[in-house]
Design a protein around this ligand. Structure first.
Ligand SMILES: NC(=O)c1ccc[n+]([C@@H]2O[C@H](COP(=O)([O-])OP(=O)(O)OC[C@H]3O[C@@H](n4cnc5c(N)ncnc54)[C@H](OP(=O)(O)O)[C@@H]3O)[C@@H](O)[C@H]2O)c1
Length: 248
């Protein structure tokens, strides 16, 4: 059966490794025309082979994102969908507050998403068509010790994407929020804590592409982690602090 992603011009930002690289490959398999960005040129070219366009970009640098967006538009003839997946995670120690580490999370995860949205949205609004996909995390659902910076940026992304979805509903621009649970990638390889329901990047890519094909507004996976964190969202603050305090 032909995928409705076939023929779509998709720009995946943060695709030199992990979930982004796997998603880009899966999109190509589904017949999409794909362009990929990140900072590491060699890794991007390895992922792309001869099947994708490469445009190097640092999401923390607005000019570099704008330049890459122009390159992608020229190469693909337009952008139907952007998947904003670039991300940074490092565990924090709240007892030794590191302002630089916090700022780095904000620069890449939150301001990076802002830079990418700004690079594609005006054209999508003008065209009255397009899809913006933001990769956040279930870590944005509740405050997790050690993830004060990462979780804050992921919660902000979820909120930002939801607001955009509401505002752009009548403009023909769709907004999709992706919240993965734990995925085996470079981002998680140095984690020393247990990672329940850990999945491979290929499984994450499959979930993302299936959700996009179904027209979902929100794609949360894997199912057990999604269920756990959706329930966690409903718990009273005192109970959450008690439960998490015991778990750490
Ligand atoms: N792995 C998980 O368990 C998990 C769970 C929930 C959510 N996520 C989210 O999924 C997304 C992908 O993460 P991943 O697990 O696949 O990790 P990953 O393998 O480390 O991939 C991160 C990607 O982001 C790119 N990136 C980082 N900083 C960038 C910057 N300043 N400019 C442009 N690109 C940048 C990296 O490329 P360069 O280094 O080449 O720039 C890489 O392609 C992230 O947003 C992450 O928060 C991951």
């Amino acid at each position: 059966m032909t995928s409705n992603l076939a023929g779509k011009r998709v720009w995946v930002v943060g695709a030199s490794s992990g979930i982004g690289a796997a998603t880009a490959r899966t999109l190509v398999e589904r017949g999409a025309h794909v362009a990929i960005s990140a900072r590491r040129d060699t890794e991007l070219r390895e992922v792309a082979g001869s099947a994708m366009t490469v445009a190097v970009a640092d999401v923390a640098d607005r000019a570099s994102v704008d330049f890459a967006a122009t390159q992608v538009r020229e190469a693909l003839g337009g952008i139907d969908m952007v998947i904003i997946n670039a991300g940074f995670w490092e565990q924090m120690d709240a007892t030794e507050w590191d302002r630089d580490l916090f700022e780095r999370h904000v620069q890449v995860n939150l301001l990076g998403m802002n830079n990418c949205v700004g690079a594609v949205l005006p054209q999508m609004v003008a065209d009255g068509a397009g899809t913006i996909v933001g990769v956040a995390s279930v870590a944005g659902y509740r405050g997790l010790g050690g993830a004060e910076a990462y979780g804050a940026t992921k919660a902000a992304q979820i909120n930002m994407l939801e607001g955009m979805r509401v505002a752009l509903r009548r403009k023909g621009v769709r907004v999709v929020t992706v919240c993965p649970g734990f995925v085996k990638t470079g981002l998680t390889e140095s984690n020393t804590f247990p990672m329940p329901f850990l999945i491979e990047a290929g499984e994450a890519a499959e979930s993302i592409c299936r959700g996009l094909e179904r027209g979902q507004m929100e794609i949360v996976f894997p199912v057990p982690m999604a269920a756990l964190m959706k329930v966690a969202r409903l718990l009273p603050v005192r109970l959450w602090a008690l439960l998490f305090g015991r778990a750490t």
